[in-house]
Design a protein around this ligand. Sequence first.
Ligand code: SF4
Ligand code: SF4
Length: 89
Amino acid sequence: MAKSTRNFPCNQCGECCKHVHMLAETASLDRGDGICRHFDVDLKSCRIYLQRPDICRVDRQYDLHYQSAMTWEAFVELNQIACKTLQAS
Ligand code: SF4
Ligand code: SF4
């Protein structure tokens, strides 16, 4: 599947960017309270969106680590479960 056809259904809640301390791969982004140093809390948006690291790119993570293990749709479903868990916390 071409990368351009992949779109993760993010509702832009910002919860993943507010819990970067929970993942070893994003812990270095923590500004000290679990929130990413690049996250604009008021606008609920990433200040470096176009340059954000690969770990913040769902499609890139799929390409790098998961495409041989599962379909894009299954990967989206797993990520959405993580999103819902964060949103409920
Ligand atoms: S937690 Fe999920 S839905 Fe919310 S901003 Fe992050 S990726 Fe998008
Ligand atoms: S770099 Fe951007 S997308 Fe990644 S966690 Fe920080 S604010 Fe979120």
